[in-house]
Design a protein around this ligand. Structure first.
Ligand SMILES: Nc1nc2c(c(=O)[nH]1)N[C@H]1C(S)=C(S)[C@@H](COP(=O)(O)OP(=O)(O)OC[C@H]3O[C@@H](n4cnc5c(=O)[nH]c(N)nc54)[C@H](O)[C@@H]3O)O[C@H]1N2
Ligand SMILES: Nc1nc2c(c(=O)[nH]1)N[C@H]1C(S)=C(S)[C@@H](COP(=O)(O)OP(=O)(O)OC[C@H]3O[C@@H](n4cnc5c(=O)[nH]c(N)nc54)[C@H](O)[C@@H]3O)O[C@H]1N2
Ligand code: SF4
Ligand SMILES: [Mo]
Length: 745
């Protein structure tokens, strides 16, 4: 309203990485004009990073799609929602004539940052009834799920390091100074590690590169990429060898200890040191430090998951925590309990299985209901029954994010039909026939269904939308609901409210049984103006801290969270064994047979001498995978998409900073500017992922002007961790040479 001062503040959880910081937003005339850290937030206490501070620029991005796009005569044009959904129905129906598996789905990372992703992706996948479900999980953390599935019987029971209370933290392949943490929700992760040091504790970093995290650490142990499983097995070996195993209170909950001891016999520190480049005495000392610290936690992330032995490494992280008595105790590695989760009766469970079906072309096992994205191109390209002919992408950019992306790019171009739910026309969505853009995050409510289950403190925050809906927009929950109803054969014009109520009724039926009340009674008590809010209210009220629909009046509910815009603190993590276990024995099964069976492969690798260069990735604080390079504040400054090369290697190769190098792998080749730095190990070169924005047909003008190169042109889709199907993205054998060799004299 001109002439009136329409400025207000609102609070919202930042959805841009896993740290879940609270933002305080300034809103002027229904525009978010400023963002800063919410000083009163119970978890982030005012912390904000440059991405959170750029929230207003991200929302205002003129390249963001505001209306659906439909391909008409080869050109994407803006259309209304009804026309877009009618085209989706026609396209899917035609392809599904070849069977349900002909339609594939790819679920990208931001699904863990939206309520729509948390609540509606599951129903959509079920309605599609396809086995061709792919996600960013298999270029990320699937090894951790497999390890947890076998160890604890629940692939989502992932222990997190108790950062705020530990005395010794060992980080492998994680760089929270840039990433702000992952599979460990901890706003201001760096501040928490500085606090650890300030209270007399220490942290060590195992990484082939001297990252900012490594530089801040008490010690940096450089390691050859892909060899953390050897290092950790040598730690396990030492713990047994030097009689340092102390299960403490875990004893009654753990089985399989002797089997682990036998497997570890082959991995004495002296046997692995040549391969992993960590001195044997240092490995033995590390084992002693972990065993004798009052409390300690080992934590591994991208550098331990996206590698040749991803599942073995992820498993060994937890094995070390168990053997030193640090699993499930304060200061060790603990299982969070989020407000929307429920505890359950302790006792044997069904356990965890993978491979209930296998992929059609390569026979790769299903894990958690999905197939490895490394085989998506195979499924599209290979003719025969079950061939993928249509794809739905939701919040994903696999053309930049997954291995051998040139091949996937071409495969997407060959599809009969493609739909993307995405706010940008980018490297992936430019192949779509229909693009369905969700509104920006200021228009949607926020609760972190995924990330709060991984938080280093039990907290709960709900942020309602801070701006009213745009009349042309469709909430992402409604977009996914309409897709679900379309896939379920109810028609493109079916009312999404039908699905919203069905999902709520399902939750309330379960709660009603648990509480001995009627679902209708509970329905009458549900609060929330929007579908996602009502589903959240049901989960919170029946959850571990819930008001049980009035039976525990001081318990949590949506209303309670709305009354606490800075979040509700539910306290430090508490021990959860044995309640959390779902294995058939009801114990931590420390030596699961499928994992033990993979140890022979590691033993064989132990003695193979390393040769040539290997490529690893890296993250930068101002990036977020592939999708935030269109925000001017986040790409300003010097070119970040460089190939880091160690000075000794640069000399041998005849390369200097600023020179162009050609990097080639089994699958592809690219040219990139060199940055000579001692921060990377000799023999290891590093290139960030998520760049390469110079392809035709996208609508991201800022990103195009800062294009960079796509590192996944080099990663190999045939290299996967066999147990999880996770792609190997770190430790890629590459050749490096000057791009323009000097003319012969
Ligand atoms: N070489 C190499 N490759 C990697 C990695 C690596 O370390 N090295 N890391 C891997 C990891 S850990 C991950 S998680 C993957 C990520 O892989 P992807 O999830 O495929 O890629 P992103 O770049 O995160 O793409 C996110 C997409 O979501 C869209 N988006 C943003 N917000 C929303 C929203 O609210 N709703 C919807 N519907 N869409 C939205 C963006 O426009 C973008 O298209 O990349 C992986 N690729
Ligand atoms: N700023 C920013 N933040 C992000 C993201 C982003 O793109 N940018 N992405 C988000 C996502 S989706 C994720 S999954 C998280 C990832 O969070 P992190 O895992 O903390 O992030 P990375 O920076 O990829 O750290 C991986 C580290 O592993 C090292 N490494 C590579 N190979 C090996 C190896 O074989 N062994 C060992 N020990 N180390 C190795 C690399 O040098 C790198 O320093 O970050 C999230 N946060
Ligand atoms: S650290 Fe993550 S959650 Fe916090 S402000 Fe930055 S991007 Fe947002
Ligand atoms: Mo990720």
């Amino acid at each position: 309203m001109p002439g009136t001062n329409a400025t207000r503040t609102a609070h919202r959880t930042c959805p841009l990485c896993e740290a879940t910081c609270g933002l305080t937003l300034t809103i002027t005339d229904n525009r978010v004009t400023h963002a800063r850290g919410d000083r009163e937030h119970v978890f982030s206490h005012g912390f904000v990073c440059p991405k959170g501070a750029a929230f207003p620029q991200l929302l205002a991005d003129p390249d963001r799609l505001r209306r659906p796009l439909l391909r008409i005569d080869g050109t994407l044009r803006e259309v209304g929602w009804d026309e877009a959904f009618a085209a989706v129905e026609a396209g899917l129906t035609a392809v599904r004539a070849n069977g349900r598996d002909a339609v594939a789905v790819y679920l990208g990372n931001p699904n863990v940052h939206t309520m729509a992703g948390g609540l509606y992706v599951g129903p959509l996948v079920r309605a599609l009834g396809t086995r061709n479900v792919f996600s960013a999980s298999t270029v990320d953390q699937m090894p951790k799920h497999v390890s947890s599935g076998h160890l604890y019987g629940d692939p989502n029971a992932i222990p997190v390091p108790d950062l705020d209370r530990t005395d010794l933290l060992v980080l492998l392949g994680a760089n929270p100074w840039e990433s702000n943490g992952s599979l460990c929700t901890a706003p201001d992760f760096p501040g928490r590690l500085r606090a650890l040091q300030a209270r007399g504790g220490r942290f060590l970093v195992v990484d082939p590169r001297r990252t900012r995290t490594a530089a801040a650490a008490d010690e940096h142990l450089p390691i050859r990429p892909g060899t953390d499983a050897l290092l950790l097995f040598a730690v396990v070996h030492t713990l047994f060898d030097e009689d340092l195993v102390r299960l403490g209170g875990l004893r009654e909950h753990v089985t399989g200890l002797d089997d682990v001891r036998k497997l570890a016999a082959a991995f004495a520190p002296e046997r692995v040191t040549d391969r992993c480049a960590v001195p044997a005495p240092r490995i033995r000392q590390l084992a002693r430090e972990l065993a004798t610290a009052p409390t300690a936690a080992v934590y591994g992330r991208i550098g331990t998951c996206t590698v040749e032995f991803g599942t073995l490494t992820s498993w060994l992280v937890d094995v070390v925590n168990v053997l030193t008595g640090n699993l499930d105790r304060p200061g060790g590695a603990m299982f969070p309990l989020a407000a929307h989760q429920r505890t359950r009766a302790a006792g044997p469970g069904p356990g965890f299985r993978t491979g209930r079906w296998v992929s059609r072309v390569r026979g790769l096992p299903e894990v958690k209901g999905e197939l490895p994205v490394a085989t998506l191109a195979d499924e599209i390209e290979t003719p025969g029954e079950g061939q993928v002919r249509a794809l739905i992408t939701i919040a994903g950019n696999p053309v930049l994010s997954t291995a051998n992306s040139r091949r996937l790019d071409a495969a997407l171009a060959s599809l009969d039909f493609m739909v993307s739910v995405d706010p940008y026309l980018n490297e992936t969505t430019r192949h779509a026939d229909v693009v369905l853009p969700p509104p920006g995050p200021a228009h949607s409510g926020h609760y972190d269904f995924a990330l709060l289950t991984l938080a280093v403190r039990n907290v709960a925050t709900y942020s309602p939308p801070v701006l009213p809906p745009d009349p042309d927009a469709l909430d992402e929950c409604d977009i996914l609901a309409r897709l679900t109803l379309t896939a379920a054969g109810q028609g493109a014009d079916a009312d999404p409210a039908v699905l919203h109520e069905q999902l709520l009724a399902r939750l309330l039926t379960e709660a009603a049984e648990g509480l001995g009340r009627s679902a209708a009674d509970l329905r009458a008590l549900i609060a929330g103006e929007r579908p996602a809010e009502r589903l959240l209210d049901a989960r919170l009220r029946f959850g571990a801290y819930g008001d049980q629909f009035g039976q525990r009046p001081d318990g949590l509910s949506l209303i309670r969270l709305l009354d606490h815009p800075h979040g509700v603190d539910l306290g430090p993590l508490r021990p959860r064994l044995p309640e959390v276990l779902r294995t058939p024995t009801g114990t931590v099964e420390l030596c699961p047979p499928p994992i033990a069976a993979d140890v022979a492969r590691l033993r064989a690798a132990r003695d193979v001498p390393p040769e040539g260069f290997v490529l690893v990735g890296r993250r930068h604080l101002r990036s977020n995978n592939s999708w935030m390079h269109n925000v001017p504040a986040l790409v300003k400054g010097r070119d970040r998409c460089t190939l880091q090369v160690h000075p000794d290697d640069a000399t041998t190769l005849g390369l200097a900073t600023g020179d162009d190098a050609r990097v080639s792998s089994r699958v592809g080749s690219l040219v990139v500017a060199v940055e000579v730095t001692a921060d990377t190990m000799p023999g290891v070169v590093s290139l960030p992922h998520g760049w390469g924005h110079d392809v035709p047909g996208t609508r991201q003008s800022v990103a195009r002007a800062h294009a960079g190169v796509n590192s996944n042109v080099l990663t190999d889709e045939t290299a996967v961790d066999p147990l999880s199907g996770n792609t190997v993205l770190n430790g890629i054998p590459v050749r490096v040479e000057p791009a323009a060799p000097a003319a012969p004299a």
